[in-house]
Design a protein around this ligand. Structure first.
Ligand code: PMP
Length: 427
């Protein structure tokens, strides 16, 4: 069993430090340049969808209803793609819009419309209010926070628990402050913690009393089918739950196939009540004549149905699982029992989240960078890039080859130990 570092004497720690520095310098001397900063699919994953590059061709460009996908039209997507992804997000075709290639783009646009025109016909534009605030369960997705920051929306950090955001905090904040207009959620395999929202959290989000009546849950279901386990985690249907609670308009759902087919060349989707979708389409009509229907046709032709998506995701899991296991093995081997770090064991999604001792994350990231391993900047998983405890590190193991992941995580584990020893010795 590994010794708890906090229980060791200074000479013992000194000796461990010397050995760790030897390992650190050995890896550094290899002159590596590894990058585990972003959740990008690796080339083998992209190859799984390569057929998509030739299934749309001079003989195949019409929808089932003989709409010519080469031409303008169809603001909210072609019927068969709407049908497929409505099932995927567990809504009806009237409750979904299939757009372009990036759900982040759709979320950003939803914010912009709210800022300039308001969420409903009769609610004020957020931009006209003295201060709009958003709840940000953290650690969370940095690009969500960047949208808020960019639009001067005040971010309120809410703790992430093992079953989703701390709902006591959320309920208290929304009950009391008219300026709190929404919350960011990545409900199944959250970025970066891998958390899956429990039924109770979904129910409380749907039913809670909000002071303002244009409150919206931004339900970013980016990793809905991105399971690593054979037994996928369940997630309660948020739109159905909102309807049952008498708040059918409360949620905007988002998703994309960026990590199913091609990142950056997938299809994005937004879903919600028929009323919300009607309002959204009305505003979108000023923005575009219609989306890339050829790409939408390409996606339905390739998958055919939801079972087709699920089969395809098993192939992704086969590629990703060994990489996630390599991360766990390296962390277990080097850190378990030492009482200096905790980390997630995600059952899906794209990330592993590590919590070091307080005040260590930035130093670990810096030290890893000096030996050639680039990590997401410390603080990125919190609003304003400020981790209040300087503790969280996000690992994205999907892109690099397995051997590189192994080296990178070994180095991260060495840096965590060195920085922790330094901290313990000065405590
Ligand atoms: N949401 C989350 C939670 C993500 O992790 C990512 C990708 N890193 C995105 C959205 C971006 O999705 P898209 O490619 O559809 O814009």
């Amino acid at each position: 069993k590994m010794p708890d570092f906090n229980q060791l004497s200074t000479p013992q720690l000194q000796q461990i430090k010397v050995d760790l520095f030897d390992r650190y310098n050995e890896i550094k001397s290899r002159g590596i340049a590894l990058d585990i900063t972003r959740g990008k699919p690796c080339p083998e994953q992209l190859d799984l969808s390569i057929e998509m590059l030739y299934i749309i061709n001079s003989r195949n460009y019409l929808t089932a209803d003989a709409v010519d996908c080469r031409n303008y039209g169809g603001l909210d997507g072609i019927p068969e793609t709407k049908e497929l992804f409505a099932q995927y997000l567990e809504v009806t075709p009237e409750e979904i819009i299939i757009g372009g290639n990036s759900s982040l783009n759709m979320m950003h646009d939803a914010f912009m419309r709210a800022m300039v025109k308001g969420i409903t016909e009769d609610s004020p534009p957020w931009g006209k209010l003295p201060q709009v605030k958003f709840l940000c369960p953290s650690p969370g997705y940095d690009r969500h926070f960047f949208i808020c920051d960019h639009l001067d929306i005040e971010m309120i950090t809410v703790n992430m628990n093992d079953t989703g955001p701390d709902m006591d905090q959320v309920e208290a904040l929304v009950a009391d402050d008219e300026g709190v207009k929404g919350i960011w959620c990545v409900p199944r395999y959250s970025n970066p913690t891998g958390v899956v929202y429990s039924d109770e959290v979904v129910e409380r989000l749907a039913a809670m009393k909000t002071k303002t009546n244009d409150f919206r849950i931004f339900w970013d279901n980016a990793y809905a089918v991105h399971h690593l386990d054979d037994k996928p985690a369940r997630l309660k249907n948020i739109l159905a739950t909102c309807k049952q609670a008498g708040n059918p308009e409360r949620v905007f759902i988002f998703g994309s196939t960026s990590k199913i087919t091609f990142a950056g060349s997938g299809v994005d989707m937004m879903a919600g009540s028929a009323e919300n979708m009607a309002m959204t389409k009305k505003q979108m009509a000023f923005q575009t004549i219609g989306p890339d229907k050829l790409n939408q046709l390409r996606h339905v032709t390739f998958f055919k149905n939801v079972a087709g998506i699920e089969d395809h995701m098993k192939k992704h899991a086969d590629i990703l699982k060994p990489k996630f296991e390599a991360v766990q093995n390296a962390l277990d081997k080097d850190l378990a029992g030492k009482n200096i770090a905790e980390w997630s064991r995600p059952r899906g999604g794209y990330f592993v989240s590590i919590d070091t001792m307080e005040g260590c994350a930035a130093a670990v990231v810096q030290m890893a960078a000096e030996a050639g391993v680039k990590l997401t900047p410390a603080g990125s998983t919190f609003p304003y890039l400020r981790d209040p405890f300087d503790r969280n590190i996000r690992i994205a193991p999907s892109f690099p080859p397995l051997e590189e992941i192994e080296t990178a995580i070994q180095l991260v584990a060495i840096c965590i130990q060195l920085v922790s020893i330094e901290k313990i010795m000065t405590m």
